[in-house]
Write a protein that binds this ligand. Structure first.
Ligand code: FAD
Length: 405
């Protein structure tokens, strides 16, 4: 059995950053980076953007060049799915029978896409967008596809809809709630994106569910909606969220109901077992499980520092981005629990921000093509600034000048 001083499970943004940061902070022990994926570590955000559109080939979305890993003495253990954790013996067992021992374990296994379960869900032509293989399968079929149904009006579904529309496909977006992005943004942002997609020719349908998928010879030909309507479709893309990959941890005794619970130092309740990124829910502070590159990377850096003897609690201000058409959305902070959403700038001019307040305190901003607001708004969020709504709404006053009000 191979033993590693630090074994990392998952070669996504969190796992890779953990390995890189350990070396940057002088970790001299052995590092193994396990993944069930067989590809060299790659960035996930382009999968629904430039990789899907064909603008970036796979080589350009690699997180590090191929020669990097050996040069940093990091063992890439690709094609190994960890199926069991034996926490007392400090080892993991893979589905292919291989076992690896560890001194410290960093669990960065992310999540897998939630699947549809209605009739017809197993038909060919129904896809998720989580890893390279998913997107390659979509791209392989695209030449013979005219009509696409996107299920889920979250970021991934909307980004895919934007790319596919630009590629000339006829796209329908189906959202079960009464507006897109309802779980993450306020109504003005949702309505803005609904309008944008409609103007680009996307048929955005709200409060609509799929009753079943319909097919012929094992291949999707359409969908039947809850309201009885039928639509033809050659492809469906399902973007309805992820389920955190934590079963081996939970079976081994880790605590968690939505992913695995971690403390401020990203420690699980199992000895020498840390968890980071999409699969981990931080118990203190906001108490959320966050799905973003920033969160995975910053938690990875915090764990690396801890393992190198400079423990630092993780408390970074979250940020996120989404690209759709020529719109760049940048988010700073977390809007959960907001009680006021102030629009700043002009959505009609396709350049504006939504500022979120909770009990008078600025907690987050969504900035559309408004980089200045994003940069300056960060300080307001960091300082928990209290600014009157009428001042925030005045686009003639810079956010920077509000800092010391
Ligand atoms: P992941 O990157 O998912 O990595 C998990 C790794 O663990 C994978 O390599 C997986 O194969 C492996 N694994 C899982 N289970 C096992 C196992 N049992 N054994 C071995 N290996 C295992 N975030 C943004 O901030 N901005 C964006 O614009 C954005 N766009 C996105 C677009 C798409 C299409 C997707 C899918 C995500 C996007 N995200 C975006 C989210 C972001 O990519 C994730 O938050 C981030 O990748 C989380 O990193 P992670 O390391 O926690 O998990």
């Amino acid at each position: 059995m191979m033993n590693y001083d630090c074994l990392i499970v998952g070669s996504g943004h969190g796992g890779v950053q953990a390995a890189v940061s350990l070396r940057q902070h002088g970790f001299a022990g052995s590092i193994g980076l396990i993944s069930d994926d067989r590809d060299l570590p790659y960035e996930r955000p382009p999968l629904s953007k430039d990789y899907l559109s064909g603008a970036k080939p796979f080589e350009r979305i690699l997180i590090r060049p191929p020669e990097f890993w050996a040069s940093r003495n990091i063992d890439l253990l690709l094609g190994n799915e960890v199926a069991r954790l034996e926490a007392k013996d400090k080892k993991v067992l893979c589905a292919n029978g291989t076992a690896f021992g560890y001194g410290h374990l960093i669990w960065a296994a992310g999540g897998r896409p939630r699947k549809m379960t209605c009739a017809g869900h197993e038909l060919r032509g129904i896809h998720s967008v989580r890893n390279r293989g998913d997107v390659d399968r979509i791209m392989d079929e695209l030449a013979s596809v005219r009509r696409v149904v996107v299920i889920g009006g979250g970021y991934i579904g909307l980004e895919a809809a934007a790319v596919l529309t630009k590629l000339g496909k006829t796209v329908v977006v189906m959202e079960a709630l009464d507006r897109v992005l309802a779980r993450v943004a306020a109504e003005p942002l949702s309505r803005f994106y609904e309008n944008e997609h409609r103007e680009h020719g996307v048929d955005v349908r709200l409060e609509t569910g799929i009753e079943s998928f319909v097919g012929r010879d094992g291949r999707l030909t359409g969908v039947r909606l809850m309201n009885g309507e039928s639509l033809t479709a050659d492809m469906a893309i399902v973007g309805i969220g992820i389920l955190p990959c934590v079963e081996p941890l939970i079976t081994a005794g880790a605590v968690g109901t939505n992913g695995v619970d971690i403390d401020d130092y990203c420690r699980t309740n199992l000895t020498d077992v840390y968890a980071i990124g999409d699969c981990a829910r931080i118990v203190s502070g906001h108490g959320l499980r966050i799905e973003s590159v920033q969160n995975a990377s910053d938690q990875a850096m915090a764990v690396a520092k801890t393992l190198c003897g400079e423990p630092v609690p993780y408390n970074a201000v979250p940020w996120f981005w989404s690209n759709q058409y020529d719109l760049r959305l940048q988010t700073i902070g977390l809007s959960n629990g907001y009680d006021q959403a102030i629009v700043r700038g002009d959505p009609g001019a396709r350049k504006f921000s939504v500022v979120y307040l909770r009990e008078g305190v600025v907690i987050a901003l969504d900035c559309v093509n408004a980089v200045k607001d994003y940069v300056e708004g960060r300080v307001l969020v960091e300082r928990c600034a209290r600014i009157a709504p009428n001042i925030l709404a005045d686009n003639g006053i810079t956010l920077k000048s509000m800092v010391n009000r």
